[in-house]
Design a protein. Sequence first.
Length: 255
Amino acid sequence: MLLAIDIGNTNITIGLFDKEEIVGTFRMTTKIPRTSDEYGTFLYNLLHSKGMHRDDVDAAIMASVVPDVNHHIINGLIKYFNVNPILVGPGIKTGIKIAIPNPKEVGADRIVDAVAAYEIYGGPVLVIDYGTATTHDLVLGDATLVGGVTSPGIRIAAHALWQDAAKLPKIEIMKPDMILGRDTISSMQSGLVYGHIGQTEYIVRKIQEEAKLEEMKVVATGGLGKIISDATDCIDVYDPNLTLKGLKILYDKQM
């Protein structure tokens, strides 16, 4: 079985693949400092809770935007699973061309999402990842990643509100039934969610205009992506496991 590990700024998402099927997904917090032993035993216990054993895992692949965590997870995988993971980065086979001046600037998570969206849904495709940051990346029909847009994620915006405005409370991020809030909490929820919906619709429309594309598939992923995708017609597909699927595709390309 293959362990696919996506190390983001907020969460580490883990998928376990049995051939082509995802048989388990797990999440853990990125910002809690852990040793390689803690990562190894945590992953071991997660698998055990699903009735699986560490000997079931014979390969691993990682994409990370948090370099400080990589060493500990890699050592944990080697020590507890006897597996040395593939790390998504320069030199890895992706099947897409990155047509920007400095391809190394493109984060591993964005490359994985772009590969997954293109391989699964075809091109041209715009992939939107609603993570710590909200990213939009366009892959043309010839498998060329031509550029993207990065903006603060919904949680970053929410945190800024209650961190920098003394009287604004921490709130649950959800979409109110009406955009006009009748109290502080609903008005904040409206601003965060409806504001992000409007941002999404404008960016999608503007990218399509600038790229001169008559048709373009729009695929969304990320923890809060479903809230946005359910509220707008400009997103064609919401795929919560897109990044994990992309890691599996990339692993297969290296074999």
